[in-house]
Design a protein. Structure first.
Lengths: 309, 446
């Protein structure tokens, strides 16, 4: 008994006597040091410009005077600003909806292809997402070109009147959304394909034994299993699409008569081309609360997923 | 003991004498002048045109023993505007920078006054036109020097054969090579009549109504020739006028004779329109002709660059000057000014005009008669009237005479072309004018 007690005390003493690792050998320190380059990059290239743009947004047009929320008050009275808000919402929501739907169905088709040939299809379907959007949009611009549209040339062969792809406001909106969907759908496809592959086969077997048809298997097995990945992908894409610049810039530059401007292109137009940097900064910062709300949803969903796992 | 009394008048006289000596003396390489000089020039789209400027700078650097660095910054994707914005924010960058049309006014408080250079250049090369003064001066001082490289007039470039065949206009007789224009009959009425005839013949005029520079420049010149100003020189909104109503009505009629998609045109669309042989006239400097000379020589042989039609208030042609300036935070201002003087000499200007195939335009009145414009071809003399050698049209810029900072907004937001498109697409005239008025109120904020 006494021996046992002495042994316990000895172990405790040994534990207390174990020297603490030096600060440079601690795991947390090493982790911090390894993440430091990224932290520095984020501070320099993200945080500093973000704070600087907040500062710019509080200045007057000639950047000599502090005006607080004056630029935002001014913007809220502008008809064009609200038109841009409306257009950005139409652009982002429509594009993400179609990207999600197309990505979902294409992922199912690809999933159904035997493993042997699936890799080729996956590779080919990812091509739009891999090409830099500024370049691929330029190719689309040539297809839609006001005077020499390749599509219109094909239409002419079958007797269809030319379509003013970029000259008519509605067709121009359609065109920029179409190109965004073309560019972004492969991302959804690959994410959904990964999700589909992680659904245990036994669930489908059990559903089949219970007599579930294709639609019921999709609704009661596939969709619940993909729920998290769908919501994360949709929200992530919504953020990226809201902030889109290159497609609209290359394809229409916001025209005709401002009917395809989104936040980023209009901010560039006002700030850089128009020389009103504070107003441009204010337009781009208007996205922050919208995207911030979306980011909160993403983070909440990730946490939820982590807890479920 | 005697003490010299220094009066206020004496000090002023002394300062004036020192300034006069300083300004009139050539740049003398001193301990501060030699050293480094970095220049950011516009990257010319004409192949080989940058080399003339490079040679001139290197000649000067060798003579003055200055270590010079040259960057040619493209205007593609507004890279040059981004550079200007970044350097002015950082208060650091090139010693000399090329500033497109509206940028000197926008950056006025960051630019070193160049009255000394301009006084000398005007004495030497003659006056500059009103547009250069409007854009290059701020607060009573010259803030930038008009650059030869990149400056252009955007008047019409027409097909000789198509205008004659379909509209009965002999454009070469109207604008003969080597002599003054006989263009009294070339006015807005004959212009729209020709547009209608060419439209009927299937070779419409290719005038863009998009939001890029070519479209805005044309709309601006037409507005000015009707006397329609959106904002006057004092900053008052003047868009609600009979002149505006007249020009909108005229443009609506004109749009009906243009290709259906002109509201989506950019600065390349009009060139393609002419070079492909689909149209009888566009509004652009001889870039379309230069491209045609390379890609479609049979079309180039039929192209003639000439003046704008006259409106009720005069004959206005769009002029877009580039400027060279030096930041007030530049580390080598004296060397920068010396180089600016060197590259603004007549011989230097002529070298740039030759290298650009006649595209570049010096802003000074004595420098509009270089041989290049008279001899370039085919057809020979096609560029003779490009530099406005007989001053028969007023060189102007869209949105003038509004204060430049407001005018720059009108220009970049393409307010005039948007007004034309809105009205042409069926919006009631008063609604279009009310919309423009609201936009202009926004541009006028300080």
């Amino acid at each position: 008994m006494v021996d046992a007690a002495t042994e316990t005390v000895g172990i405790r003493a040994a534990r207390h006597a174990r020297p603490k690792p030096s600060i440079f050998k601690r795991k947390s320190t090493i982790a911090f040091l390894m993440a430091l380059p990224l932290i520095v990059i984020i501070l320099l290239l993200v945080l500093y410009p973000a704070l600087y743009s907040v500062h710019l947004a509080t200045l007057n047009k000639s950047m000599e005077r502090f005006v607080g929320f004056g630029n935002f008050e001014f913007l809220f009275k502008r008809e064009t600003f609200w038109m841009v808000v409306k257009q950005s919402c139409i652009f982002a929501v429509t594009a993400v909806l179609f990207k999600a739907l197309i990505g979902f169905f294409v992922a199912h088709f690809v999933h159904a292809i035997p493993d042997k040939g699936q890799r080729k299809w996956r590779g080919m379907l990812l091509v739009p997402w891999v090409i830099p959007p500024a370049m691929s949009t330029l190719a689309w611009f040539w297809l839609f070109d006001p005077s020499y549209s390749a599509f219109n040339w094909l239409f002419a062969l079958v007797g269809i009147d030319p379509v003013p792809w970029l000259g008519d406001p509605y067709w121009a909106r359609f065109s920029v959304i179409l190109v965004n969907v073309w560019y972004g759908a492969p991302f959804f496809m690959i994410m959904y394909l990964a999700a589909l592959k992680s659904v245990p086969e036994q669930l489908y077997e059990a559903a089949s034994i219970d007599g579930a048809n294709w639609w019921q298997r999709l609704w009661y097995v596939t969709l619940p299993m993909m729920r998290n990945i769908i919501s994360i992908t949709v929200l992530f894409s919504l953020i990226v699409t809201f902030a889109n610049f290159d497609i609209v810039r290359v394809l229409t530059a916001g025209g005709p008569i401002d009917q395809t401007h989104v936040f980023a292109t209009w901010a560039f137009k006002l700030g850089i081309e128009g020389g009103d940097i504070p107003l441009g900064a204010s337009v781009s910062l208007f996205m922050v609360p919208i995207l911030g709300v979306a980011a909160i949803f993403i983070l909440r969903d990730i946490t939820k997923r982590g807890n479920e796992a | 003991m005697t003490r010299a009394r220094v009066s206020r008048r004496g000090v002023l006289k002394g300062a004036a004498a020192i300034s006069a000596v300083g300004l009139s003396a050539p740049f003398v390489r001193g301990a501060y002048a030699a050293g480094k000089l970095s220049c950011g020039f516009w990257d010319h789209w004409v192949p080989g045109a940058n080399s003339a400027l490079t040679q001139l700078c290197q000649e000067w650097a060798a003579k003055e023993k200055v270590d010079i660095t040259l960057d040619f910054i493209t205007s593609q994707g507004n890279k040059n505007l981004l550079t200007i914005a970044a350097e002015s924010q950082a208060r650091s960058g090139h010693d000399i920078l090329a500033f497109p049309t509206w940028q000197p006014a926008d950056q006025a408080r960051n630019l070193e006054p160049v009255d000394d250079i301009m006084t000398e250049l005007i004495k030497q090369n003659g006056k500059v036109n009103g547009t250069v003064e409007y854009l290059g001066r701020s607060g009573g001082k010259w803030i930038a020097v008009p650059a030869t490289a990149g400056s252009q007039i955007k008047g019409p470039c027409s097909r000789i054969d198509l205008l004659k065949q379909h509209a009965g206009i002999d454009i070469r007789a109207m604008y003969p090579a080597g002599s003054a224009p006989k263009a009294d009959a070339w006015n807005m009425d004959s212009f729209i009549a020709a547009a209608e005839k060419c439209h009927k013949a299937g070779v419409p005029f290719g005038i863009g109504l998009g939001q890029t520079s070519d479209s805005v420049d044309t709309a601006g010149a037409i507005f000015q020739s009707f006397g329609a100003t959106l904002i006057d020189e004092k900053g008052n909104i003047t868009v609600k006028s009979d002149a505006t109503r007249q020009v909108l009505d005229y443009c609506k009629r004109l749009v009906s004779f243009l290709p259906g998609d002109v509201s989506a045109w950019d600065d390349a669309s009009n060139n393609k329109w002419l070079v492909s042989g689909r149209g009888a006239l566009i509004m652009n400097p001889p870039s379309a002709w230069a491209v045609a000379k390379r890609d479609a020589p049979q079309i180039a042989e039929q192209l003639w660059t000439h003046g704008m039609p006259a409106g009720a208030k005069g004959r206005y042609s769009p002029f877009l000057p580039y400027f060279w300036g030096t930041w007030n935070f530049s580390k080598n201002k004296s060397a920068a000014k010396s180089l600016l003087m060197h590259i603004s000499q007549p011989a230097a200007a002529e070298k740039m005009v030759i290298a650009s195939g006649g595209y570049d335009l010096p802003a000074f009145e004595k420098l509009t008669t270089f041989k290049t414009w008279a001899e370039e071809g085919p057809p020979k003399g096609t560029l003779y009237h490009y530099p406005n050698p007989h001053n028969h049209q007023t060189l102007s810029i869209a949105a003038a005479p509004a204060p430049p900072k407001i005018a720059a907004q009108i220009y970049t937001q393409a307010t005039m072309t948007k007004m034309v498109v809105r009205h042409a697409q069926g919006e009631a005239m008063e609604k279009t004018i009310a919309w423009a008025e609201s936009e202009l109120e926004g541009f006028s904020r300080s």
